[in-house]
Design a protein. Sequence first.
Length: 254
Amino acid sequence: MTVLQALPAFEDNYIWCYRGSEGASIVVDPGDAGPVLGAVADGLRIEAVFITHHHNDHICGLSALRGAFTGTVFGPEDERIPGIDCIARNGDVLQIPGFPPFHVLAVPGHTRSHIAYTDTDVLFCGDTLFSLGCGRLFEGSPEQMLASLDRLAELPDETLLCCTHEYTLSNARFAAAAEPNNPDRDRLLEDIQARRLHGRPSLPSRIGIEKACNPFLRTDFPESLSGLKQHLGFMPVTRLARFTALRAWKDQFR
């Protein structure tokens, strides 16, 4: 049996701990060692660490964790990430004791070397796909990010989405502006508001939920994105143009 735990870090990060059937855990994007070391003190046994991309809030805890485990640190091929033991490349299959095989997916867009990890039950996607949103394009192009989101959307609908920031409520405001009439999203928002009111994470989400509610995964449905049309004064003709316009709008949305 596997168990997911989201360790809060910084202002809005989550460090994911995925506990496997043999008692060991995978830790994902430990930007801060403190919460992870606290979990280790409570009995967490780290078998592996997954890194999705090079940003400091995803890697800065690595060096301090080195004394807490003897497992392998996996991450993308990127000279900006110190401490990687094993480069994880697109198409690789990682065998971690106590877990199903993990598949590595290249998902450039937020950064040029961003990767995700999935065993189809769960997806660790860093800052590529958020609940009701997606990552900013710091290094990649809209074409790359749209292709990356399409790749994640092909996963089974029940796949748990484990992204690394608690952005869901703020993303919901933009989602409602872009697609005003979406009853599925409105029901989701009620659930999320209740969770957050009681101090619980809004995550994980599911791929199927995001396909129904996340405007960045709904560029195939221009008739639904009436808010985008109102914002621009016209509806872009292609999916890529709609995605590009949505991302640009979200960048300056307040």
